[in-house]
Structures are given as structure tokens and as C-alpha cells.
Design a protein around this ligand. Sequence first.
Ligand SMILES: Nc1ncnc2c1ncn2[C@@H]1O[C@H](COP(=O)(O)OP(=O)(O)OP(=O)(O)O)[C@@H](O)[C@H]1O
Length: 261
Amino acid sequence: MNALLEVENATMRFGGLVALNDISFSVGRGEVLAVIGPNGAGKSTLFNVVTGVYRPTSGRVRFDGSDITGHPAHDVVARGVGRTFQTSRLFSDLSVLDNVIIGMHTRTGTGVLGALFLPGASRREMAACVEKAEALLKAGSGDLFEQRYRLAGTLAQADRRRLEIARALASEPKLLLLDEPSVGMDEIETDALIADIARLKRERADLSVILIEHDMRVVEAFPHQVICIDYGSKIAEGDFAAVKADPRVQEAYLGKAAVHA
Ligand SMILES: Nc1ncnc2c1ncn2[C@@H]1O[C@H](COP(=O)(O)OP(=O)(O)OP(=O)(O)O)[C@@H](O)[C@H]1O
């Protein structure tokens, strides 16, 4: 298989706590993987290991043919891994447009010295960034483009999530990691999110996505494969129907007593 991401035997310990225990999986180009599991199972830790926030205690992360284990987060982004976070990391006091432009920083060239010594080139690059950011906002759903000069902190919750996805896409990722994108959304907003991701996948068939989700409607909507983590260990993998029916998964979510009642 032509895997884009391969996680091999990743273990992450925090002192005596094993947050990830010998986890292996791979994601192919254009594939969508959902990661499910109860609170505290290790899902966000897994994202942090993939994106270089943490170096795993043992195990390897390979991306697009290179070993990126423990590479700094900025290098991982530059290689093509974009990410949204469970809690908003937007710059609330900056405009919607500026937030997207910031997401492009790994793809821009001139930097601070360039701005000082090559102001013409820097201005041209900035104009290109604005154009690209506007195109990203237009391509997304809803009316984010119309709200592009608004402060990000004043957006409605669902629009913030959209903006976070647009900002992650601005780094031109090959792999997009979405950490509980539906958190805090009502049913209508969640349906809109499902439609957004489905559209994104239609438009960018080669984009791989890993989705951490608690809302089973989102999990059911697209993934090619689902893995379930409990206490740091992978306890099930397969398509949604198979994982949902797995007694270990039901036990992890509902508790032993409920499953065997
Ligand atoms: N930096 C850290 N230091 C110590 N313990 C940590 C650290 N990060 C995570 N943990 C612990 O690792 C375990 C897994 O946490 P993690 O946030 O990955 O779970 P999760 O599956 O994402 O949970 P949730 O669904 O609630 O977000 C938890 O017990 C958590 O307290």
C-alpha cells in the first residue's frame, strides 16, 4: 500500500502513565481515518506524536517517505501535515482573513528580513497571500468570505471551526488532522460540518484526513477506516460497522456491566 502516514509501535509515557501503548496504523493517500475512543483514551496524544509536539517514548512516525519521528512541529507542518485543535487556537483579535494568512507562513518566502530589504517582493508576496486566503474562504462553505474583515473572536462557534479548517488548509497539507471538529456544535451545525468535509474531500480527492470524533454521525459519514483507542491501546480497527459492533468498543464506551447486562 502506498501509505502517506505510517505510525509504527508508538508508545508515549508521561512518567508512570502510558498515554499511548504500542499503536500502529497507516493512512493512504486520499484516505480518511477516524480515531474514536472514550475521554482520556490517548487520541490527542496521538495527534501530538504525529505532529511533532511530542517525541514518542518509542516507535516511529513516517510521513511521505521520510522518518519524521520527533521532528519539530514547524518542520512537520512544512512537510504537509495541517491540524486543527480541540480548543480554538485562532487569533481572536485578528481578522478572519489574517488568521488564514498566518496559516500560510510555512509556504511564504520573504520573512522579516525580506520585508526590510526587499519591500517590493514582500508586498507582491503579501498580495498573493491575500488573494489565496480569499480564495480559500470563498471555497469553504457558509459566508466566511463575507465576514473576512471581522475579528475571529466575534465569529459564531461553527464559523470558528470553519475558519480553523481554512487556516489549516492554508498550509497546503497533504494530511489534515481534525481534532473533534464537531465539539460544541448542535445537530444542524454538525450536519453542515459533515457537508463541509464531504465537499472538501470531493474537491481534493488526494487529501488524507484523520478525524478524532465523538459524534458517531460524523464518524459514520466518510471514513474508509476507523480505529478505536482505549487506555492508550488500539482495541479495534476496520470499517465503521465492524468497529461499532465490536464488543470491546461497546465495553470501552458503555462499561462492561452495560454490555453484558
Ligand atoms: N502532557 C501531558 N502530561 C501528562 N499527562 C498527559 C499529557 N497529555 C496527556 N496526558 C494524559 O494522557 C492521557 C491521554 O490524554 P489525551 O488528551 O490524549 O486523551 P484523549 O483521548 O484525547 O481525551 P479527550 O477525548 O478527553 O480529549 C490522559 O490520561 C491525559 O491526562
